[in-house]
Design a protein around this ligand. Structure first.
Ligand SMILES: [Fe+2]
Ligand SMILES: [Fe+2]
Length: 386
């Protein structure tokens, strides 16, 4: 773990410890006061290295800036405290004061608090995560138009940027140095467009990808990742890194001979093992490129592992998947299914939805899969009404 992440993890550990103690004793207890003070100092230091810290509750698990916690004490209790108040995510922002931290600890520890909704302050923002299914417990996602899947142009993305991204990929293919700055700009352009136009923008933004390893596929996975992350309340640098991770998740495929990638027939065992090597090749490559977020390296490595670790590469016992990798798995699956492959036509939306539902809990994190289907449903509804 790098030192920055260590400071963040430590600060949250001290916040959890203060909150658990405050629930047992009272805010006035010397031990609680001491722990609250050290939580304040820790979080202030952490906000010095990362301008914001996001805590997301997924089921009974807490995710800190996209990473699983490095500690386990008080975790479940804290996740429960947030969940019982309907809070899906908490964002701590630079400039956070001692009183705000103390008030947060007191509110979370309060016994009656479970019924009272917490309200955001200037530097502490609460958000809900919508992980509930529709009222009838079923999703009905249908395509518009009898023709099925439509080809939708990425019409608002400046042609210049698209050209630049193609150029970056081509350069990489020729083993030239990767220009990270260009990809950073593209991700920023997507995020800015979302802010301007909201979720319906996603509908017009995804393009038809003809190959799974092209920039089109990466851009689609990026859009779907951003939509999922935003629905989980993730913003700022982390949102940006999740977009970058999507753009670069399949970079390892550029080192695999094209004839294997586009082969119509069955792959030989050797070809198969070359193909399955792309996460490792990609991660190794990204590690050496300056300016690539660590999250992109982890995601490139983990994006085929699957929630139950039945995928590849094989993970050692006790491995915990990064939130971004788990989000990317779903976006990747969705876009791959929509893609025409040498051996099959694009799969229709209804079938993809039922496949995602079926794979929730095995290939995909069950709640993230459900959240994705909610996002998708909203996208389809927005497309209908536009
Ligand atoms: Fe991949
Ligand atoms: Fe992919």
């Amino acid at each position: 773990m790098d030192s920055e992440n260590l400071v963040i993890q430590e600060s949250i550990r001290s916040l959890l410890s203060a909150t658990a103690n405050a629930a047992l004793y009272s805010m006035g207890h010397p031990q609680v006061a001491r722990l609250a003070e050290s939580a304040y100092k820790g979080i202030s230091a952490a906000l010095g290295v990362s301008p914001q810290i996001s805590l997301t509750v997924i089921e009974d698990e807490l995710v800190i800036n996209g990473e699983p916690p490095s500690f386990s004490l008080f975790l479940n209790r804290f996740a429960e405290m947030l969940a019982s108040r309907g809070i899906g995510h908490v964002k701590l922002v630079e400039g956070l004061g001692r009183e705000e931290i103390t008030a947060l600890i007191a509110a979370l520890a309060s016994q009656e608090g479970a019924k009272t909704a917490l309200s955001s302050s200037e530097h502490i923002r609460f958000g809900r995560v919508e992980l509930l299914e529709g009222s009838n417990g079923e999703y009905s996602v249908e395509e518009t138009g009898a023709a099925g899947r439509r080809e939708i142009p990425l019409r608002d993305m400046p042609a210049e940027e698209l050209a630049r991204f193609t150029e970056i990929y081509e350069a990489l293919r020729r083993k030239q140095k990767m220009k990270v700055a260009g990809i950073v700009e593209i991700v920023s352009a997507f995020i800015a467009a979302f802010r301007r136009e909201g979720e319906s923008r996603l509908v017009t933004a995804t393009m038809r990808s003809d190959e799974e390893y092209t920039f089109t596929h990466s851009a689609n996975v990026c859009i779907l990742n951003l939509a999922q992350a935003m629905s989980l309340g993730i913003e700022g640098q982390m949102l940006h890194d999740i977009g970058m991770a999507a753009m670069l998740h399949d970079i390892g495929k550029l080192f695999i001979p094209e004839e294997i990638l586009i082969k119509k027939g069955k792959l030989t065992p050797r070809e198969f093992s070359l193909l399955e090597g792309h996460p490792v090749r990609g991660a190794r490559h990204l590690l050496e490129v300056p300016g690539v977020p660590r999250l992109a390296v982890v995601t490139a490595y983990e994006h085929h592992m699957k929630h139950d670790f039945s995928g590849y590469p094989k993970a050692p016992d006790g491995w915990r998947l990064n939130l971004c990798s788990q989000i990317t798995m779903i976006s990747d699956f969705f876009d791959a299914m929509r893609t025409r492959r040498p051996y099959r036509d694009p799969v229709d939306l209804r079938t993809i939805v039922s496949q995602i539902r079926e794979r929730a809990g095995s290939d995909f994190h069950p709640l993230l899969a459900r959240n994705f289907l909610n996002v998708l449903k909203r996208m389809v509804e927005a497309r209908r009404s536009s």
